[in-house]
Design a protein around this ligand. Structure first.
Ligand SMILES: Nc1ncnc2c1ncn2[C@@H]1O[C@H](COP(=O)(O)OP(=O)(O)OP(=O)(O)O)[C@@H](O)[C@H]1O
Ligand SMILES: [Mg+2]
Length: 304
């Protein structure tokens, strides 16, 4: 099984209101999905045919709703219950506009965190690949991701987070990190306008402790820094909704690892999943026939 960790999950609530504007009343149906980046990863892993167990914190009736939804999708949940209610994140899609209201997330107590760490240690005994994604809830310091990486040092921990949570976690030597170009730029505070600068920038994160780096570049594919350096070129696609493409590319990478594929194939899966997600309206959704077609058109070049 593959373990996914979502410490700050949410119910993603979407309203589609073509003439949305402020100071007006609208009647609209809501579309709800289990959200938080780790749950997007879980959904895509599941669609790729993997058994998944999702962990993190869930609380209140929102927490129960997420647990039931995951069960309907055949994703195992093994969450720690938090006293505070799991948050909602609201997106209002207008014609060419997207308005978002993001609740900060439940506050986690020291006791709940300790309970989670003990639980995580047990889950590590049964899982070889761990995908940790997203922001940290209130009450939890950046040190926590470092600890989760350290505890998983004999496993393959994939960490997808940003800012100080990412920088602090690097000392825990995650197996893979997946920053995008903006996230790398924000950390290094320097322009990254050439391939050389991107590689040099990514290498500084390796010096700080990341074992391997997948630097995703949206429509420009990705650069992978592992034992060797690869540039992955992808074909042009019709993009519908790229939100969650990074999460889908994490799932594709984990799927390739789980199946012991060569690195070139792992990278192709990763890109194809990100692309397939971008070609769909839903967040954290891929289509297997689309993936199969895309895989043939992705070019992985060793450049260093
Ligand atoms: N516009 C696009 N066209 C083609 N492929 C895309 C596009 N956007 C994303 N992808 C695919 O998905 C992968 C990951 O996307 P991206 O670099 O945007 O991640 P991200 O910014 O972390 O996304 P998110 O955090 O919203 O999940 C890319 O490497 C690429 O394969
Ligand atoms: Mg991302």
């Amino acid at each position: 099984m593959i373990l996914t960790v979502t410490l700050n999950p949410a119910i993603d609530v979407r309203y589609e209101i073509s003439d949305f504007n402020i100071d007006k009343i609208f009647r609209a149906k809501s579309f709800k999905t289990p959200g938080g980046k780790g749950l997007n990863v879980s959904r895509v892993l599941n669609l790729l045919g993997n058994s998944v167990v999702a962990t993190g914190f869930l609380g209140g009736s929102n927490g129960t709703w997420i647990k039931n939804s995951l069960q309907n999708l055949n994703i195992n949940s093994s969450f720690i219950e938090s006293a505070s209610e799991t948050r909602n994140c609201i997106a209002i899609l207008g014609q060419g506009s997207q308005t978002e209201i993001l609740e900060p997330g439940a506050e986690i107590s020291e006791f709940e965190l300790k309970k989670f760490i003990d639980h995580y240690k047990n889950l590590l005994l049964e899982n070889e690949i761990i995908c940790i994604s997203g922001s940290l809830p209130k009450g939890i310091s950046g040190e926590t991701y470092k600890l989760l990486c350290e505890l998983g040092k004999n496993k393959k921990v994939i960490l997808d987070t940003s800012g100080t949570s990412l920088i602090e976690a690097l000392q825990g030597n995650p197996f893979l990190i997946k920053p995008n170009q903006e996230e790398l730029k924000a950390i290094l505070q320097t322009p990254l306008d050439t391939q050389e600068k991107l590689i040099k920038g990514a290498l500084t994160l390796r010096d700080k402790g990341a074992q391997n780096i997948l630097l995703s570049l949206g429509k420009n594919g990705a650069i992978y820094i592992g034992d060797d350096i690869y540039k992955i070129d992808i074909p042009k696609i019709q993009v519908i909704n790229p939100v969650g493409s990074g999460d889908s590319s994490v799932a594709g990478f984990a799927h390739g690892l789980k199946n012991n594929l060569p690195i070139e194939e792992i990278l192709k899966y990763s890109m194809a999943c990100g692309m397939s997600n971008a070609m769909s309206n839903e967040t954290g959704f891929i289509s297997l026939p689309v993936i199969e077609e895309l895989m043939k058109k992705i070019i992985v070049k060793k450049i260093g």
